[in-house]
Design a protein around this ligand. Structure first.
Ligand code: ADP
Ligand code: MG
Length: 239
């Protein structure tokens, strides 16, 4: 079954063409990592998938439904950003429940979903704390937990580890790998400029350069058979 279909996606800002025609078919449950240098259009692509930017041309379908013209709240997506953007005056529990309260979910369902997300991410002991009482890595786990409670069809991550120090980055990357294993039906699109994250998390890696796809393949395929020098250098293949 299809998880996400991107067809002919184009986006520009003024005279700058940022996405120059992106075509990609992603299976339901697949973990796709977009890699590429700063400015190549990774965040713009994620934002168009989320509905935070409109496409100039092309289409996006999630699990077979065309969502190109749907607002973010109707797309069945959740997104985790580089900076965690928790509400500072709300506890962890309230932060995780907030989106569902807005969506008018029932109390029992909210409690069940918060419990599930907090068990998945080992947040049980932190539920009554405020964000300022958490480390950076814990805050990012709460942001991921909040996204899980939405039970998304499509889970989007924009460089979620890049604000963490090296040790926390490793620990949180392992949490994300476990999350991937425990949500096998959820399609995940993850953006990074870090090769290690790409090689360890991805089912398939998509290499972007200047708004175009250079190559798509499993980590091993890209490592063994890079299509060109740009991919080879990015993936770290032997010359
Ligand atoms: P990446 O996430 O790969 O670093 P971005 O998608 O953030 O790249 O940006 C790609 C290009 O689009 C950059 O040149 C950036 O300056 C430009 N850009 C992104 N968002 C906007 C915007 N809202 N207005 C104008 N230019 C933008
Ligand atoms: Mg970016």
């Amino acid at each position: 079954m299809k998880g996400l279909t991107i067809s002919g996606a184009r986006k520009g800002f003024g005279a700058t063409q940022v996405l120059q025609g992106i075509d990609l078919e992603i299976a339901k449950g697949e973990f796709i990592v977009f890699v590429g240098p700063s400015g190549c259009g990774k965040s713009t692509l994620l934002r168009t998938l989320a509905g935070l930017e409109t496409l100039d041309g092309g289409h996006i379908a999630i699990e077979g439904q065309d969502v190109t013209d749907l607002p973010p709240a109707e797309r069945g997506i959740a997104m985790v950003f580089q900076s965690y953007a928790l509400y500072p005056h709300m506890t962890v529990r309230q932060n995780m429940a907030f989106g569902m309260r807005m969506a008018k979910a029932g109390k029992a369902e909210i409690e069940a979903r918060v419990a599930r997300a907090s068990a998945m991410l080992h947040l049980d002991a932190l539920l009554d704390r405020l964000p300022k009482q958490l480390s950076g890595g814990q805050r990012q786990r709460v942001a991921i937990g909040r996204a899980i409670t939405r039970d998304p069809k499509l889970f989007l991550f924009d460089e979620p580890l890049s604000n963490l120090d090296a040790a926390l980055r490793v620990a949180t990357r392992i949490e994300i790998a476990r999350l991937k294993a425990s949500m096998p039906g959820t399609t995940m699109v993850y953006v990074t400029h870090d090769q290690v994250e790409a090689m360890t998390l991805a089912d398939r890696i998509v290499v972007l350069q200047a708004g175009r796809i250079e190559q798509v393949g499993t980590p091993l395929e890209l490592y063994r058979n890079p299509a060109n020098l740009f991919v080879a250098q990015f993936i770290g293949s032997p010359a």
